[in-house]
Design a protein around this ligand. Structure first.
Ligand code: UDP
Length: 235
C-alpha cells in the first residue's frame, strides 16, 4: 500500500485508550492502536501524535475546582497517556520521543519545534503531551496548532465513532454519517468534530481533518492510504 501523506498528526483522544472501560488505560487497546501506528510508520509516513486526557481527567469536569487548575490537571493526564503510548511503541521497537508543552525534564523532552521536526525526519515518532501548555484550550486545538507548526498535511482524528453524523448516533438510530464537510459547516451546524477554536485554527491554516473510528485499529493505515472511511473536513 502507498501512503497519500508524508507527515501527519494523529489525534488520539484519551477515551480511545480506555477501550471498553469508562476510565483509565486499557493495555490491550493501547497495544493494538500502537501496532497499527507502527504499520503506518513502516509505510514511510512521518507521524506525530497528540494525545488527549479525557480517560483520566478533563478540566471542564472538575466540579468545584478552579478552572485553570482543573485544566492543568487535564494536561498532566495527557502526559500519563503519552508515556503509556511511548512505552507500548518502544516495546515494538519503534523509536519515540515524548515532548511536553509544560516542562518536566525528568519525564520527557520539552516541546521544541525544530527538535520535533528533526526527530520526525529521523524516523522517530513524536508524541506531543500536556496540550498547548495553556488552560482553556483542548488537545484538539493542540493538534491543529502542532500541525500548523510542523507542516503536517492532515490531522487524523481517531475516535470511538466512525465519523461525523448529523445527530448523535447513540441517541438517534436514523442519524446519517456525513462524508465531506467544510470547516464553516462544522461551525455553523455546531457539529461535534472538534471544538470551535480547533476548527477555526484548521480553517485559517487550511489543514484538513479526517475523522474516523478506531473500532478496527487498521483504520489508521487505511486512512493514510486514502481510503474513504469516516468524514473529511476541509475548505
Ligand atoms: N487541556 C488544557 N489545555 C490544552 C490541552 C488540554 O487545559 O492545551 C486540558 C483540558 O482540561 C482538557 C484536558 O486537558 O479537558 C484533557 O484534554 P482533552 O479534553 O482535549 O482530551 P480528550 O478529550 O481528547 O481525551
Amino acid at each position: 500500500m502507498k501512503p497519500k501523506y508524508n507527515r501527519v498528526i494523529i489525534k488520539l483522544s484519551g477515551e480511545a485508550l480506555a477501550g471498553d472501560k469508562a476510565f483509565g488505560i486499557d493495555p490491550g487497546t493501547i497495544t493494538s492502536i500502537c501496532k497499527n501506528i507502527k504499520d503506518a510508520k513502516d509505510l514511510g509516513v512521518e507521524i506525530a501524535i497528540v494525545v488527549g486526557g479525557g480517560n483520566i481527567f478533563r478540566g471542564r469536569d472538575g466540579e468545584g475546582i478552579d478552572r485553570s487548575t482543573a485544566d492543568y490537571m487535564g494536561m498532566l493526564a495527557t502526559v500519563i497517556n503519552g508515556l503509556a503510548l511511548q512505552d507500548a511503541l518502544e516495546a515494538m521497537g519503534v523509536p519515540v520521543r515524548v515532548q511536553t508543552a509544560i516542562e518536566m525534564k525528568e519525564v520527557a523532552e520539552p516541546y521544541i519545534r525544530r527538535k520535533a521536526m528533526r526527530h520526525l525526519e529521523k524516523g522517530r515518532i513524536v508524541i506531543f503531551a500536556s496540550g498547548t501548555g495553556n488552560p482553556y484550550f483542548s488537545t484538539d486545538t493542540t493538534a491543529a496548532l502542532r500541525a500548523a507548526e510542523i507542516d503536517a498535511e492532515v490531522i487524523l482524528s481517531a475516535k470511538k465513532v466512525d465519523g461525523v453524523y448529523d445527530s448523535d448516533p447513540k441517541l438517534n438510530p436514523n442519524a446519517k454519517k456525513i462524508d465531506v464537510l467544510s470547516y464553516i459547516d462544522v461551525l455553523n451546524r455546531g457539529l461535534k468534530v472538534m471544538d470551535s477554536t480547533a476548527i477555526s485554527l484548521c480553517m485559517d491554516n487550511n489543514i484538513p481533518v479526517l475523522v474516523f473510528g478506531l473500532e478496527q485499529p487498521e483504520n489508521i493505515v487505511k486512512v493514510l492510504c486514502g481510503e474513504n472511511i469516516g468524514t473529511i473536513v476541509k475548505e
